[in-house]
Each structure stands twice: as C-alpha cells, then as structure tokens.
Design a protein around this ligand. Structure first.
Ligand SMILES: [Cu+2]
Length: 539
C-alpha cells in the first residue's frame, strides 16, 4: 500500500481529534490496524446468513435499457422505481429498492451529444431524487436533494420534509428549502450527454437519506460513447465488462442490514453511533452478485470499474493462480479517456470513482482463475471476484493505442481567477455528530460558493479521515496531492478525488456548461447524509 502523505500541523491535529476518536472506537479492529493507519473509514456490519464460497455465482451483466422512443433526436426511457426481491445469496430472497426491478438498474447506453430523457416513476414508499453522477446536466435535471419525487401517499412537501424538526442526535438539516421543485409520482430527467465519453452512474440523492437508499439498491450505470472512442480498437462486445462493486451485509433470512435510526426511512435520518463514520458490509457484490466468477477467453478485456459502495475503499489487483499480478492498464478516469495509458500493479478505488482498465488474460493459462483481490480488505472482503479463463482467445485484434485522447483540458495554475479552501472534517451538528465542510453542515438555503460561468478556479481540499470529494457538473484535474505531484491513478479528468486521512489536494477546473444550483460533497454516503455537502451556484 502506498504510504499516505501526512503533514499535519498542530492545529490540524487538534481539529480532527474527534474524528480519530470515532475511528478508534468504531472501525479499528486492533493495534495492528492503528499502527498501519486505517485502510478505510467506517464500521463493518456482520452478515448472519450463510455465505457462498467465492467464485461460484456467475457475474450478472446489467440489462441495457430499451428506449420507449427515439423520435425527435432524443432517446426516451421510462424507469419505475419499485420494491422487489432478488436472490443475491443462494437460496435466500433479499428485499430491494430498485430501478426497474433489478440491482444494478438497467444500463443506459447513450451517444455523445444525443439527449436522453428518463421518466422516473416513484412507486417506492418514500420520496426519491435521481442524480446522474458525472453528468453535465442542466440544474433542473441534476437531482438536487430537495427536488423530491413524492410517492402517491405522501403529504405534500415542504411540511413533511425530512429533518425539519432537527431531532436530537439526528442529522436533519432542520430547515425547508424554498427553491425545491417537488413533483408527485413522476419526473422527467433530461441528460444532454454533451460531454466526453465515459461511464457515469445514476443513483438516489434524496436529502438526508441517500446512503440507505443506495444501500437498498438504487443505482445503475449510464455509458456515454462516441465515434472517436469506438474507432480506437479497444476491447469491445463480450470483452467490455462493466463492474459495479459494492459491499453489503445480510440478516439470517437474506434481508439487507443497515443501521438506520428510522428503518422506514421516513422521518429520522442518520445511523446508529458505531456507524457514524460510514457503513461497511462484509459481503462484496459485483453487479449485485457475491464474489462472482465470469467465464471468458484469454483475450484483452476492458473492465469499466465503479465503486458504488457507501464507504468502502478498495485497492485492487489481478492475481493469477501462480501468484503473478497482471498489469492493470488504465485507459480512462471518472470523466473519460486519459491522454495515454497508465499501467498499475494495484489500484486504489474510492467510493464513486470509476476506472477504465484493460487487462490481458492471455498471460493466464487456459482453465485457470484470475482473481480480483482487494488489498485493503480483511477476511472475506479481500476477495472481490474472479475470471475463469475457459478457452483460448479467437484472434484478438483489440489494441491499446499509445495515444488515447487529445481533448483533455490543460488548465494551468495561472488560468485560475481565484483559489478556495475547504476542510472536510468531523464536527457538531444539531447537537450531535456531523461531517462538515468549512466548519458548516449542509443547508440547502445557503449558497456556499458562487462562480461566474466560465471561470477557472483552484480548490484546495483537506481531510481529517477518508473523504472522496465529488463536484457536480464539472470534471477537474488534480494538481497536487499532499503538496506533491499527483499519484499515477490521479491522471486524467476526474469528478471525485479520494482524500486519505490528513491528506490535502489541489484541484483545478473551469465551471462551464450550465448556470444554476449544483452541489459538491463527500461521497462517503453516510458523511453526505450527515451534513458533508455544500451548494455551488454557477451564475
Ligand atoms: Cu467524507
């Protein structure tokens, strides 16, 4: 594991004492973990059900959504958000909240510059909000957390807005949002897809309740492609595989466990005290299946990774049965192709990050397994999934071009018209524990950052514990990490930067695309629900 750069001043150490206190009580198994610094932030739930051995369940591939119409230059989809149950652990049924009846939800395949409109119909028992993570989306379709889609039997907002009464020890914001635009039962979200081709994902973003809604299954993929990328000759068809990695925990009868204060997710937001730093599961799911196996041939594969876990970080390796590590050739980041490939032996992946990788299974003997392992895991969370190399490849004419893209923005430090500082730290909120940006918990009625459209800015971010920081609307580049040059996996255009305990980073971006109210926040979903969001107004 690369050594985190930690340069804490005395003031910073004092400021984060509370959070380290939380860590020691909530997530560190022992002195050994302390000595090597926490690999992750959060506390793990224990599954009571019997678990399958690894690499038995076939890897599911999420179904591609079919448009209901392609007229008028727009692809239209309809997705019903509804409760269902699925066999995740063999022989048991797991109740889920889903997009379209499956977890992950249906994958939306989009072409650059061709708009997609998705009509979401909410048949769940609580309000929902859809956000397309990484999308360059007009504000009215960006899924602002109070732009609720109310179910049929829900009192009209804002009277019923969760968190309005600021429960003792809860995490409600305690205030209504005068700018919220709610709707009843359904809402159309329009995504222009006017952006670099990449893997995006859509998920619930409801005020105060994002983490448990994600946990119950409200997540799906959205892929943007274009002709230039198609022409590169990258592995495609059955050799291009999306991998949505999550962790979950289960009761003895197969239900998901989650430490909500209000299991109905109606009124009282937040989680029980041991899990304030984040909820981790002890079962790793890929595309909704536990430690799956994918049978394939000995060819190059394009693996489109998403860490959709609430709080768990992974550091992934591809290991052959004879103990070799296969190269993980990174070709893309959150916001699309890199300028040139970057080769990793192991790859850290924080919540909400995506990595576009090519792995060549020609180096593994036919009949063998290539395991994807998580160096940050312990026990069974060290395993993720495996590929069974079942047959030799037919002629593999895929390639990894040495130059992948020439359209990456090359913002320079001197282009920035201002610099802002944001500290992501634990703090007090509503008389209880919260996670704060710049010392303040989220308030939808307060504008934290106002940026004129087209301005370039540098943001300096610092964290107490792990905080994967995500900006809506824009991609950014990482200028420095811990005062040093960025790490190899920081290459390319990002929308989420993973800050490790005590770490700082500088990012640079140009705020273009659309005017309106957007967000930036921590993508540890529990932190996000406990105050760690702020408003970004592009004017
Ligand atoms: Cu955080």
């Amino acid at each position: 594991m690369p050594e985190p750069h930690v340069n804490l001043t005395r003031r910073q150490i004092l400021g984060i004492g509370g959070a380290f206190g939380l860590l020691t009580t909530a997530s560190l198994a022992g002195a050994a973990a302390l000595a090597r610094r926490p690999a992750t932030t959060g506390a793990e739930l224990r599954t009571a059900a019997a678990l399958p051995p690894p690499y038995q369940v076939p890897l599911p591939l999420p179904a591609v959504a079919r448009p209901v119409s392609t007229d008028g230059g727009t692809d239209r989809y309809e997705i019903v958000q509804r409760e269902t149950s699925a066999e995740i652990l063999p022989g048991l049924r797991t109740p889920l909240w889903t997009y379209g009846g499956s977890f992950p939800g249906p994958t939306i395949e989009a072409r650059r510059g061709r708009p997609v409109t998705v009509t979401h119909r909410n048949e769940l028992p609580v309000p929902t909000v859809v956000h397309l993570h990484g999308g360059r989306t007009p504000a009215d379709s960006d899924g602002y957390p109070t732009d609720l889609v109310l179910p049929a039997a829900w009192p009209q907002a804002p009277q019923a807005m969760p968190g309005m009464d600021g429960h003792e020890g809860g995490t409600g914001t305690g205030m209504a949002d005068p700018r919220a635009v709610t709707s009843r039962l359904r809402r159309d979200y329009t995504f222009p897809n006017d952006q670099r081709p990449t893997l995006l994902w859509y998920h619930d973003h409801r005020m105060d309740f994002t983490a448990p809604a994600l946990w119950r299954g409200l997540a799906g993929l959205h892929i943007v492609r274009d002709d230039a990328e198609d022409a590169l000759g990258l592995p495609a068809g059955p050799h291009e595989i999306p991998l949505m990695i999550t962790d979950r925990a289960f009761t003895a009868d197969g239900a998901l466990t989650y430490p909500s204060l209000d299991p109905a997710l109606r009124d009282r937001p937040g989680v029980t005290e041991p899990h304030l730093a984040g909820v981790l599961g002890d079962v790793v799911l890929v595309n909704g299946a536990p430690w799956p196996v994918h049978e394939t041939d000995a060819a190059r594969h394009r693996l489109r990774l998403l860490n959709a876990s609430n709080a768990r970080h992974y550091e992934l390796e591809a290991r052959t049965e004879d103990g070799r590590r296969l190269d993980l050739v990174q070709i893309g980041a959150d916001q699309g192709l890199l300028a040139a490939p970057v080769t990793h032996r192991s790859l850290p992946v924080a919540p909400a990050e995506r990595y576009d990788l090519v792995v060549d299974f020609a180096a593994a003997p036919v009949g063998s397994l290539v395991r994807i392992v998580n160096r940050l895991g312990t026990g069974r969370t060290r395993d993720v999934m495996a590929f069974r190399i079942a047959r030799p490849a037919p002629a593999d004419d895929s390639r990894i071009p040495p130059r992948l893209a020439t359209d990456l923005p090359d913002w320079r430090r001197e282009d920035a018209v201002r610099t802002r500082d944001f500290a992501f730290r634990a703090g007090r909120m509503n008389g209880g524990h919260g996670w704060l940006i710049g010392g303040r918990p989220f308030d939808p009625a307060r504008t934290d950052v106002t940026v004129p459209l087209g301005d370039t800015e540098i943001w300096r971010l610092i964290a107490d514990v792990h905080h994967p920081v995500h900006l809506h609307l824009v991609g950014f580049r990482i200028l420095t990490r811990g005062g040093r040059p960025p790490l190899p996996h920081d290459a390319g255009l990002k929308d989420t930067v993973s800050l490790r305990p005590g770490e700082s980073a500088e990012i640079i971006t140009r705020f273009d695309g659309y005017r309106g109210r957007y967000l930036f926040h921590c993508h540890n979903a529990e932190h996000e629900d406990m105050g760690m969001m702020a408003n970004l107004e592009v004017v």
